[in-house]
Design a protein around this ligand. Structure first.
Ligand code: BTN
Length: 322
């Protein structure tokens, strides 16, 4: 536990504690205690200094490691947490940490991103108010199984939004939509050796407390926002924690029971299966009828001539009947 968290924990007891007492308990100098108290104040905690010591008067509404840890009830996800005001991309940050040996479950959250990345080379516009979170995982699996991780992540995000009471569904492969408008996207990046995954970074962006005006005009019509749907702001800390808990549940289930339960749950929340779709990959573009999800996580599309095609990447648009 970091000393700052320990200072916060002592203050949280609700009584005035002197710098000397805190210093003795944590084995640090009074000057160090003062520095941590100042840092906590900067994070929005209201801490009164009296002649007798420090008194925590009010908590903070800020996103920080202390607040996430207090809420989080996971075994692996969130083992290490990095909260940043701004980064270029939480996925890039998480990948660097993973390359440097960060443990499975390392989480990076940022209040905003300067160069957020979307799927297929698109940008992910990331102003303050959205949730931008990436997780490092080290699943024991063959790289060809990576699509399963992407579907698993999309499912966990949809479940998180549904836990708020909203009718979120999944548009293949892992866009989370509310009435066909996108509220969240997942970007999966992987480092693989010949037949083993080194690490997977799952990056999730959720349009939480954003206004339509926060996004470029061309995205507004197709986007949904939690604040607008709920008629209130969402606590981004609760949202992050709920996401990590849902993700851990599905990740554990995948490890213990295989892909089947995840696949079944995904199919139940799928907005794509049963729809006419236009698929665009780097190699081709075609129209068909989405009929299922294969055991290896590919979308099965029935072509106009009755043939079946498995799709594992690219873009999928829902279209009216062809
Ligand atoms: C998509 O295009 O649907 C995927 C969007 C993924 C955005 C998230 S925000 C957090 C993480 N960091 C990034 O740069 N991208 C992902």
């Amino acid at each position: 536990m970091t000393t700052r968290r320990e200072v916060h924990d002592l203050l949280k007891r609700g009584e005035t504690v002197s710098g000397e007492e805190i210093g003795e308990e944590l084995d640090v100098s009074r000057a160090a205690v003062w520095k941590h108290v100042e840092a906590l104040r900067e994070q929005g905690y209201e801490i009164l200094s009296t002649g007798e010591g420090y008194l925590l008067e009010e908590g903070t509404s800020e996103m920080n490691e202390i607040e996430l840890r207090e809420r989080l009830d996971t075994a692996t996800l969130g083992k290490e947490i990095h909260v940043e005001d701004a980064v270029s991309s939480t996925n890039d940050r998480a990948k660097r940490l993973a390359e440097d040996g960060a443990p499975e479950g390392t989480v990076v959250v940022a209040k905003r991103q300067g160069a957020g990345k979307g799927r297929v080379g698109k940008d992910w516009i990331s102003p303050e108010g959205g949730l931008y979170l990436s997780i490092v995982l080290r699943p024991r699996m063959d790289p060809t199984e990576a699509p399963k991780m992407t579907l698993l992540a999309g499912l966990a995000v949809a479940e998180t939004v549904r836990d708020l009471g909203l009718d979120a569904r999944i548009k293949w492969s892992n866009d989370v939509v509310i009435e066909n408008r996108k509220v969240s996207g997942v970007l999966t990046e992987m480092a693989a050796e010949e037949n083993a995954v080194g690490y997977v970074v799952l990056g999730v962006g959720i349009n939480a407390n954003l206004e339509p005006d926060d996004l470029p005009e061309e995205l507004r019509g197709d986007s949904a926002f939690l604040r607008e749907e709920l008629g209130r702001d969402v606590d981004l800390r609760d949202l992050a924690v709920s996401l990590l808990e849902n993700l851990e549940h599905r990740y554990d289930q995948f490890r213990d029971d295989g892909f089947k339960p995840v696949r079944n749950a995904w199919r139940e929340l799928s907005e794509t299966i049963g729809r006419e779709v236009l698929i665009e990959t780097q190699r081709e573009e075609f129209i068909g009828h989405a009929v299922g999800l294969s055991r290896d996580g590919a979308l099965i599309v029935e072509l106009p001539d009755g043939g079946l095609k498995k799709v594992t990447g690219g873009l999928c648009r829902h279209v009216e009947s062809y």
